[in-house]
Write a protein that binds this ligand. Structure first.
Ligand SMILES: C[S@@+](CC[C@H](N)C(=O)[O-])C[C@H]1O[C@@H](n2cnc3c(N)ncnc32)[C@H](O)[C@@H]1O
Length: 282
């Protein structure tokens, strides 16, 4: 049972900082600029599940037990995703981003924090319907190797397809979602023509660099887990990766407002968090 109460909450804070340092030193992952509220929630959840009494005790397990460390890593990387998540966003994307993208001879996209891939296959389907997929290269990245493996396979549970089909149609889909996959037993596999335009790669937004000269950066529901300092670092990466007049799409709870790169962008859709890199800035 957890030992924490109101009187020793300051100890919990110290232990949390020490744990993050230990993980960084031992495994090279730096979580020090993740939102503290998010970290605490996830760590305390694991603590209660495993009947561990303090974060210090958990630190010991993380350092000495590799399997436990892997569980801890999965705990911190929330991978919840779905196809055509927020259909209204995709409607806006089709209307306000696609016409501009279609003017380029070649399109390069960086999809950061792609999780198990549902969102990147959604994007590929839209590009196919708009006859742009053949001239597009998508780099889909995440720091979690386990989800990248799933994303590469493009295999999902058939149970999810009811919701995804609804999302797809609401988002302005031009066919049926089932036109893009084959069902086998309880699973579906998305067609090869979608996957072959996508390069899945390991990339950590905390430590890794830019993708040069991209027309579009897609990074939805990732910045919410970061503190202001890390958000600014990552938004700086996106700004430096984009060509002039390139687009940036964030999640509905995320924004460029008050960020260090706000003035580099114009707002294309305030509600759907679609931005365009201004002509004059770098
Ligand atoms: C909630 S999911 C969002 C998935 C998808 N973009 C969506 O909106 O449906 C957040 C993703 O961000 C990834 N992530 C978290 N920290 C990261 C980092 N430092 N570098 C790269 N990806 C990260 C997680 O592994 C996870 O797959």
């Amino acid at each position: 049972m957890s030992l924490y109460n109101q009187e020793n909450i300051d100890i919990q804070e110290i232990e949390l900082n020490l744990l993050l340092q230990a993980v960084h030193l031992k495994y090279g992952y730096d979580f020090s600029n993740y939102s503290k509220a998010h970290l605490k929630r996830r760590i305390l959840h694991r603590l209660n599940l495993r009947d561990i009494s303090t974060i210090s005790e958990m630190q010991n397990k993380i350092l000495w037990d590799k399997e436990f460390y892997k569980t801890f890593l999965q705990d911190l990387s929330i991978n919840v995703t779905e196809m055509f998540r927020d259909p209204v966003f995709y409607q806006a994307f089709r209307k306000k981003v696609i016409p501009d993208l279609s003017t380029y001879a070649h399109i390069k996209i960086w999809h950061a924090g792609c999780s198990t891939g549902e969102e990147v296959y959604s994007l590929a389907i839209i590009l196919k319907e708009e006859n742009l997929l053949h001239k597009t290269q998508i780099y889909a990245t995440d720091f979690n190797k386990k989800v990248l493996e799933q994303a590469k396979l493009g295999i999902y549970s058939k149970k999810e397809m009811e919701l995804y089909s609804r999302n797809y149609l609401e988002s302005g889909g031009k066919q049926q979602l089932s036109d893009y996959y084959t069902s086998k037993y309880g699973s579906v596999i998305f067609e090869q023509s979608l996957a072959k335009t996508i390069v899945f790669a390991d990339h950590n937004l905390v430590t890794d660099g830019v993708f040069a000269e991209v027309n579009l950066v897609f990074c939805r529901n990732v910045l919410i887990y970061f503190d202001k300092t890390l958000q600014n670092r990552v938004l700086g990466l996106f700004s430096n990766s984009l060509i002039k007049r390139g687009f940036l799409c964030l999640g509905t709870k995320e924004s460029l407002r008050f960020s260090a790169v706000e003035s580099n962008f114009e707002t294309i859709d305030k509600e759907q968090k679609i931005y365009k890199k201004a002509q004059l800035n770098k």
